[in-house]
Design a protein around this ligand. Sequence first.
Ligand code: FAD
Length: 465
Amino acid sequence: MTDSYDYDLFVIGAGSGGVRAARLTALGGKKVAIAEEYRVGGTCVIRGCVPKKFMVMASDFAHQFHTAEGYGWTVEASFDWPKFLQAKDVEIARLSGIYAANLGKAGVDLVNGRAVFKDAHTVEVTHRDGTGETRTITAEKILIATGGRPWMPEGLEGIEHCISSEEAFHLPELPKRIMIAGGGYIAVEFAGIFAGLGVETTLIYRGPNILRGFDDDVRAHLAGEIEKRGIKVILGCQHQKIEKTETGLVSHLENGMVLEHDVIMFATGRVPHVKDLGLEKAGVSLNDKGAIEVDTLSKTSADNIWAIGDVTDRMNLTPVAIREAVAFHETVYRNNPSHFDYEAVATAVFSQPPVGVVGLSESEARHTCSAGVDVYVTRFRPMKYAFTGSDERVLMKLVVDAASQKVVGVHIVGPEAPEMIQLAAIAVKAGLTKAQWDATCAVHPTMAEELVTLKEKQSQDTSAG
Ligand code: FAD
């Protein structure tokens, strides 16, 4: 560091990416500070993956109780929302505390407040206590890791009465009726959460089916399964306006339907968190999607500024933000230019039932694999539901490049799909062939054994494109 700067590295945003980059760099002997305007841990820990998963688990008990009755149990259950919220918030506070403590142990200075650029080497941090107290800090290098924030259709009449996922984590009471607008993974997950907790749940999405971008079989299968769990799904339609009445929130839909709910949640996407960050003063450009423009090594248009995580809108997942942080550290501080490999990243949707996916969808593979694809699909009732009368079905699908016989896509909808896909991802990432999958002996009796016993090709398409 030249003596003229307060820090070697200043990180804006103490979320998944920012915390990892700050810690690694400080542990490597550099002088590092990190600014956080809300709570250390960022979206994942405070209002994303972690509290969401707790809510999914809380909600899934209802289904387990029903299954248990089929096995001879008598279950008298009731749910206490405030008690759950309190337990969840205690755990979130504990995790946030661990993140803050680990920053301290690594020697990172934590600055509580909102940082904005004054120039490429200077930020001004306004303390978040509302006093307006500010600090000016200089740094040789700056890393932007400010994440994303929910997008709501601001022009929609009545949108001010609606909530986003951020408020859904703290509703003072569990509503009787909720409408969730959106078809992405957050919308589908929250629909499952509320339906499981006994809330009359409607999911409305303007597109032809939920989970755009996922394999079409997964989309169709999950839409059917969540309806079996009692979620009312309205597709190809959106709000015209929302009206607050004495009894609730009334949705006027494009198709003429008028529906009343107690809460309306919009999960209609997220945008990079760049508003009022002063990027223009630092010479940092945005791309046409409004995300910070970076090269493959996460460097922005300014020579001393990098950006990682959701604010760059490359692949908006916690493990990806963390890997981008590691690559940034290797590149900038260890003289080892590195970038994250975005291929075959496994993802999960914690819907009920959940989804696990890695690699290409069938339609992506048909565009990519010049000799066509072999597709293997199975749908079956999980053994666990044998006694329950449930007609829930598991979907498992393998997409195989016909020429190389490599398994290029795995798609699972069913119990424990997120756990299964983590392991399947190793095989896909390693480029194993269908024959190698088949040579792997089954674990019996499991659902996962179907993945190594799929024999019948569903179709063979040799026309690429
Ligand atoms: P973030 O974690 O968003 O951190 C950015 C931080 O910067 C925030 O703490 C913010 O307060 C702070 N900040 C912003 N601007 C400033 C400023 N000017 N000054 C100071 N601080 C600032 N991903 C998964 O992998 N699995 C999941 O199951 C999953 N579920 C999700 C569920 C929900 C409801 C949401 C919203 C997201 C979920 N994600 C999930 C996505 C995941 O949370 C993000 O990809 C991840 O948190 C991105 O990390 P990040 O470091 O880029 O940003």
